[in-house]
Design a protein around this ligand. Structure first.
Ligand code: FUC
Length: 799
């Protein structure tokens, strides 16, 4: 249900008056509609008391979590190359010697023994990879707890700025923070409506437990510096140096140095610029000089006016962010502070919360993954700990891939660059794992990697002994091409795909008694099968990933007109991969054997065997309806409850099965307080960012899907979103699509060409559109695009 304008305004005004009477009115009393009606703002009436209430800001490389306490402001800081350890080679030279025996044991059905031997001989040294670190905090201390009124804290997704505002007596204080991708600094401004009213101390604080603890020092000219060396881990010594430098500039009043930082005295307004860097240039080159980098960045930023810094930041953010808009309708629920909306969401209709969550996901990707930065890790960019959950690393048996699911569809293909760069690195380090662990050509990465691009199997055979992480990542290389159509790019990444495929040409083995080629040892990620262990041969997911990788190599070689012999070899291996199988419960078999109903955990969070239905499209409703029905049965058996990312995956799958109402019901679980923290971060729990991205992708999938040369409009629109509009979603083949719907039915759409046509087989640059089983083929141009409408029974071109 959407609100009329009168209802909306009435609700806002009455809640504003109630707030004023209770002594906690709006940030700007002169404009009560300011934040409450902005559909792209997260807002709160309290400071953050926990990290998962603080607001994330970032430019891909450096990030901050803003807490907003009036008495002591805390910005928890990150730099995305500050990890534990240094370059290391985790290869285990004993692994290759054990490989043949482990295979024999698996094929003899002696799984527990195979698992034990793999654990003893085949795992990486050290067994754990290195953890992502926090750099510490910037603290602004204002003295005693002030008595504050009209407190408000906001994060505006459209400008990527956060604010804190409150009244203290007659003084109105305002803080604003943004992290500029243009100038590579955090910019914090503080203002008061009364002159000479800003008095506070500024210091940098190292993360709890860092040894030796670096100290915050003032350096004259209003600078505060903290520098240090990263921690070692698992016998790998810390090899990075890092520096954080803050510059405090006041208007009115003055700055005085104190032992650990600076004191601001009687200023009218204050700007603080923060720069951070490490000595990391690449996973093997640590020769950068962080001191020189932060000085240069601060000097560059300090030369610009605050107005220019802000305008450049906002323009750069909007260039990406504004490419997609989404309106799913709004109810009164949207007038409440964001934390209340999350808490209320299980029993309120709040379609706008889904739209906000969608745009928050896009905001997080822009803020944690930009060309030249590290990819978004398990926590994106934001981590306050030296020992975060799962090391806040890159887990590549689902999590890192899921981070990038929304990227192409929501017009953020540029943000995928760090993932492509990661694959470039892994294709080098992974050659060592391929050679030492398997005696194979090409490259391999298992289920996890870190800043140092470690590729050997870690954590234990149940988690790590899965050779498909790199191959899965390669499908993202191809996907990037499907959306951008750039053959030069394809030629550049082709050798990475080829190297991944070569590894499997060398390591696939014949399943005894058949002619099928299977992976062994492997697993269906982290799921224990009938024998109570994960180790097995030829699980469904491996075959599905290999079908994609092999087909994409063949297609790329054809498009580029190269490597015909290699493509023919791959084609032969492809023909010998076992097909997907349907088991006795009508389910899609997770393993070669019909073990699904004997698995230890029928509701396991991973739905690895459904990779074929999403993110892949090998299994789909039109081309393989039988397998799609089996995937549906598997999904039913698994159930809807899972970790945040597990739920995120399920939303996308139900959307692919065109069950909008079910997809929406699962999305509601994700948006509720058990899976979403007050700051909208996903709760695995604990916080893990993949659920945010899986949810964002799921919402996009409900509205638009493209695969197998076809584009489906509103394929899984739920009854909960009867009326709405989306602009700018992208489809494979290089199209940008706007759609409008009313009463649950498509009204019209515009399709334009957003990138050069991808030379995909079968489409010849045309858009094959489908809605409710009806098709229409168009050849849209970049400039004016093509307009179509739904006349109740057919899609009709109208220009
Ligand atoms: C995989 C998942 C866990 C967690 C971890 C980071 O191992 O099974 O749930 O998300 O990655």
């Amino acid at each position: 249900m959407s609100l009329t304008r009168r209802e909306t305004l009435g609700a806002v005004l009455s809640s504003w008056f109630a707030g004023v009477l209770a002594g906690r009115g709006m940030a700007r009393a002169s404009n009560p509609r300011d934040h409450q009606t902005s559909p792209l703002t997260l807002w709160y009436e309290r400071p953050a008391s926990k990290w998962v209430e603080a607001l994330p800001l970032g430019n891909g490389r450096i990030g901050a979590m803003l807490f907003g306490d009036p008495a002591q402001e805390r910005l928890q800081l990150n730099e995305d190359t500050l990890w534990a350890g240094g370059p290391y080679d985790p290869s285990n030279p004993e692994a290759l010697g054990a490989l043949a025996r482990v295979r024999e044991l698996v094929f003899a059905g002696r799984y527990a023994e195979a698992d034990a031997l793999a654990n003893e001989k085949m795992m990486a040294r050290p067994l754990q990879q290195m953890a992502y670190q926090s750099i510490g905090d910037l603290l602004l201390s204002f003295g005693d707890e002030p008595s504050v009124q009209q407190y408000r804290r906001t994060l505006n997704l459209d400008s990527a700025t956060a604010t804190v505002g409150f009244l203290q007596g007659k003084r109105r204080y305002e803080r604003e923070v943004f992290v500029s991708a243009v100038d590579q600094v955090i910019v914090i401004t503080l203002r008061c409506n009364t002159s000479r009213s800003l008095n506070f101390d500024v210091m940098l604080r190292p993360p709890v437990g860092l040894q030796p603890a670096p100290v915050s020092q003032s350096e004259g000219g209003g600078d505060i510096v903290m520098r240090g060396r990263n921690a070692g881990q698992g016998g790998v010594p810390g090899a990075l140096t890092w520096e954080a430098r803050a510059r405090v500039v006041t208007r009115g009043g003055h700055v005085r140095t104190n032992g650990s930082g600076v004191s601001v005295v009687a200023a009218d307004s204050v700007t603080i610029l923060v720069a951070m860097a490490t000595s990391h240039r690449s996973y093997e080159d640590l020769s950068a000089d962080p001191g020189e980098i932060v000085k240069r960045q601060l000097a560059g930023a300090a030369r610009k006016s605050l107005v220019a810094l802000r305008a450049d930041h906002v323009a750069e953010h909007r260039r990406l962010f504004r490419s997609v808009s989404l309106d799913l309708g709004s109810t009164q629920a949207a007038q409440r502070p964001t934390d209340e909306r999350v808490k209320n969401s299980p029993h309120t209709e709040d379609p706008q919360l889904a739209a906000l969550y969608f745009q928050f996901g896009r905001y997080l990707l822009i803020s944690s993954s930009r060309p030249g930065t590290q990819p978004a890790n398990l926590q994106g960019l934001w981590n306050e700990s030296l020992t975060p959950p799962w090391g806040s690393k890159f887990t590549i048996n689902i999590n890192t891939q899921m981070n990038y699911w929304p990227a192409q569809m929501t017009a953020l293909g540029e943000c995928v660059e760090p993932l492509i760069a990661l694959v470039r690195d892994l294709a080098r380090t992974g050659m060592q794992s391929a050679k030492v662990h398997y005696g194979a050509r090409g490259w391999v990465a298992h289920h996890n990697t870190d800043l140092w691009r470690a590729t050997a199997p870690v954590d234990g055979a149940q988690y790590g002994l899965w050779p498909m992480g790199g191959a899965w990542l390669c499908t993202h290389l191809w996907e990037h091409y499907e959306y951008n159509g750039d053959a030069r790019y394809l030629a550049e990444v082709f050798p990475l795909m080829k190297g991944a495929a070569e590894f499997f040409l060398d390591t696939l083995v014949v399943e005894p008694g058949t002619d099928w080629l299977v992976t062994c040892p492997s697993m269906s990620p982290e799921n224990l099968h009938a024998a109570g262990v994960a180790i097995c041969a030829g699980p469904a997911m491996d075959r599905q990933i290999l079908r994609d990788l092999f087909q994409q190599c063949i297609e790329a070689a054809r498009i580029l007109g190269i490597e015909a012999d290699f493509a023919a070899q791959v084609q032969r291996a492809l023909a010998r991969l076992p097909p997907d199988r349907v088991g006795h419960e009508g389910q899609l078999q997770e393993w070669l054997e019909d073990w699904d109903m004997q698995a230890k955990d029928l509701h396991h969070r991973h739905v690895s065997h459904l990779y074929g239905a999403f993110p892949s499209s090998q299994i789909n409703m039109d081309d393989t309806p039988g397998l799609a029905a089996a995937a549906r049965r598997s999904l039913q058996i698994r159930g809807d409850e899972a970790t945040g990312w597990g739920i995120g995956w399920r939303i996308n799958l139900w959307a692919r099965l065109r069950e909008g109402e079910h997809a929406h019901a699962v999305l509601e679980r994700l948006l509720g307080p058990e899976r979403t923290y007050p700051n909208l971060f996903d709760a695995h729990p604990p916080f893990q960012i993949d659920g945010n991205f899986g949810g964002t992708a799921g919402i996009a999938q409900m509205l638009l899907q493209s695969y197998a040369g076809r584009i489906y409009l509103l394929p899984a629109l739920p009854p909960a979103w009867p009326t709405g509009r989306v602009e700018g979603l992208r489809a494979r083949g290089g199209f940008a699509i706007n759609m409008e719907w009313r009463n649950g039915e498509l009204r019209g759409a515009t399709i334009r060409r957003a990138t050069p046509a991808a030379a995909l087989s079968g489409t010849a640059g045309s858009a094959h559109l489908y809605y409710r089983g009806q098709g229409l083929v168009l050849m849209p141009k970049a400039d004016q695009g093509a307009r179509i409408k739904w006349d109740g029974s057919r899609l009709v071109a109208i220009s």
